[in-house]
Unconditional design. Sequence first.
Length: 277
Amino acid sequence: MTDPLHAELLEIAREAARRAGELLRDGRPADLAVAATKSSPIDVVTEMDIAAEKLITQLIADRRPDDGFLGEEGASSEGTSGVRWVIDPLDGTVNYLYGLPTWSVSIAAEQDGETVVGVVAAPMRGETFHAVRGGGAFATGPTGPTGSWEGERRLSCRTAPPLDQALVSTGFNYVAEVRTHQADVARQLIPRLRDIRRGGSAAVDLCDLAAGRLDGYYERGLHPWDRAAGDLIAREAGALTGGRPGERPTDDLTVAAVPGVFEPLQRLLEELGAWHD
């Protein structure tokens, strides 16, 4: 039976993700422009990132005024309840800026430092993924060409192939020196895998792993808001997640894969120095 608090947090997260997703999908201006930059001139924030985070934090604060926040676009407060919301209002901003469909709203709730609820909404795919710790991972989506299934289904990651037959996704940093190193790591990985994909939204990649669309995923430089919800969803679907061998996911390296691919992929990434310049 789901903990009543976790059920409440899930309901709030799903509503906030749905409403933010609708705002981003339906409210995108035709002349959308960059509002600011983050780590480099090509790591951008749009006015819609800021608006979506404001919508999410206001909705949650109205329901749970004592909770804390950690948001990509600046929302930060400690709170007093033991619950903290980790929010990426628009994961895949560059995709969104260019009109590409792979972007998402990612909302996780932590209780006493552990992620207990995760929701990722991918509005242009018509899909929403969610999980509660210990309760499995699920997704909803419409029928037809824009969706994969009807109603809600429980997610389960793929059966592990040999590493050389694994389809693995990754992402690239917006700092040129870091991106150059990541490209070199990918160059060395490609001959040892089935292939590599680069979608542009870490949260969607982790959910695609949960849904059986990928065998693995890795990326250097993810922040907590990039991975919190997707990491829980992937784990609840049966995937393994971590960082460098023996570590949890960190800003240095996030690795997620089906059992049987995770350890050899993690060892190979360590061998290639995927976590540093």
